[in-house]
Each structure stands twice: as structure tokens, then as C-alpha cells.
Write a protein that binds this ligand. Structure first.
Ligand SMILES: Cc1cc2nc3c(=O)[nH]c(=O)nc-3n(C[C@H](O)[C@H](O)[C@H](O)COP(=O)(O)O)c2cc1C
Length: 196
């Protein structure tokens, strides 16, 4: 009763949505990914810094190169998902900042002149955007399988550069046979919330 979002949408985004471990071979199109991005780009980041970057792995050759860097147990998922995306944080996001924050362009030099500050900010804010992206995948009627079980340095070298830090690999598609483990319990409101 307290939520205004339609209950079917609540189910689609959260209650019924699961982390898929297998997928059908129904393709995920560039149009779907663009629609997802055009929705979730509105999720908030500090100073609107928007540091998330995506690499869509579409070619068979790219897929093979990626699978090699995944942990053993993750390889079959990454090998068979219709689409796999590498989500990364751009540690040089400040270059875009004056355009992204036109009412306060000085923020670039005032707050983000130093690389360690940028790395910390990019890590937090790109992780937020990665979460928005996962929910956006669900909004498209697809399932996401986020994974961090991989050789991060290997993925960075193979697909990114020194300015981009891998955050996670996300398998995307329609859930296949035996797509999930039993739902694990979540902490209750009382276990996580304190009020002062
Ligand atoms: C950042 C992140 C990293 C994850 N890494 C892996 C992984 O390497 N391998 C894997 O099988 N699942 C991985 N998972 C999946 C989680 O175990 C799964 O999302 C969680 O248990 C919730 O499952 P549910 O959505 O089906 O309830 C990861 C999830 C997230 C969000």
C-alpha cells in the first residue's frame, strides 16, 4: 500500500526477478540495450559524473577472449548468454564533467584534479550505475547475471585500458532451463535499519 509503483512492475523489477545462470538463445538486440541505457542514464550520480562505460561483447572472437578470463564456474554462463556486457568505471570521467554539469563547470578542477579522488568517485558512482543497469535489464523483460568472478587485470588489459577499471561482467538474455538456484533469504528490515 505504501508503494505507488504498479505491483506487476514491482514483481518484474524485484520480487520475481532473479539472477539467471542459463539462457535461451533468443538474441538481445542493440535496440534493447540502447533502450535500457536511455532509461537508466537518468539514475543519479555525484556531480552527475556518469562514469559507467559498457563494452558489449558480440563477436565470437571477443566472447572467446572474455571467457578465458572468467573463473572456471562462470565460463559456461559467459559462453552461452545471448549478450555479455563488461561494465567499467571511467577514472577520467572529469573530462566530460563540464558538459555534464554546465551550471558548475569548475567542479572538474576543484574536486577531481587528483587521480586517486577520481578513482574512488568513479568506483562508487559507476557501481551505482551498474545497479541501475541491472534493474533496467529487468525492465526490458530480460534477466541479468552479474559476475565478478574473473581475472580483473586480464579483462582490463584485454578489453579496456589503464583509465578504465572493470566493475562486473553481466550476462543478459531470457532465462533458460534451470536458470536459477533456490532464492536465498534476505535480511529483514529490522535487521538492517536503525533509527536515531
Ligand atoms: C556484483 C555481483 C557479482 C557477482 N558475481 C557472481 C559470480 O562471479 N558468479 C556467479 O555465479 N554469481 C555471481 N553473482 C550472482 C549473485 O550470487 C546473485 O545475484 C545473488 O545471489 C542473488 O540471486 P537472486 O537474484 O537469484 O536472488 C554476482 C552478483 C553481483 C551483484
Amino acid at each position: 500500500m505504501s508503494l505507488v509503483l504498479d505491483p506487476a512492475a514491482q514483481d518484474l523489477l524485484f520480487r520475481e526477478a532473479r539472477t539467471a545462470n542459463t539462457f535461451t538463445d533468443e538474441p538481445v538486440t542493440d535496440e534493447q540495450v540502447e533502450a535500457i541505457y536511455d532509461l537508466v542514464k537518468f539514475g543519479p550520480t555525484a556531480f552527475n559524473q556518469s562514469p559507467l562505460r559498457l563494452v558489449l561483447v558480440r563477436s565470437a572472437e571477443g566472447r572467446e577472449r572474455l571467457v578465458r578470463h572468467m573463473a572456471e564456474g562462470n565460463r559456461p554462463k559467459t559462453a552461452t548468454a545471448p549478450l555479455v556486457a563488461i561494465l567499467a568505471a571511467d577514472n577520467e570521467f572529469h573530462e566530460e564533467l563540464p558538459a555534464l554539469l554546465p551550471h558548475f563547470p569548475q567542479a572538474k578542477d576543484m574536486f577531481f584534479a587528483e587521480r586517486p579522488v577520481r578513482e574512488s568517485a568513479a568506483g562508487l558512482n559507476a557501481a551505482l550505475q551498474a545497479a541501475y543497469f541491472i534493474i533496467g535489464v529487468r525492465a526490458a523483460g530480460l534477466a541479468a547475471g552479474p559476475m565478478t568472478g574473473y581475472d580483473a587485470a586480464g579483462i582490463q588489459k584485454e578489453f579496456l585500458d589503464g583509465d578504465h577499471t572493470p566493475l562486473m561482467v553481466v550476462n543478459i538474455g531470457k532465462p533458460g532451463e534451470d536458470a536459477w538456484f533456490p532464492r536465498s533469504p534476505r535480511l529483514s528490515y529490522d535487521e538492517v535499519v536503525t533509527t536515531v
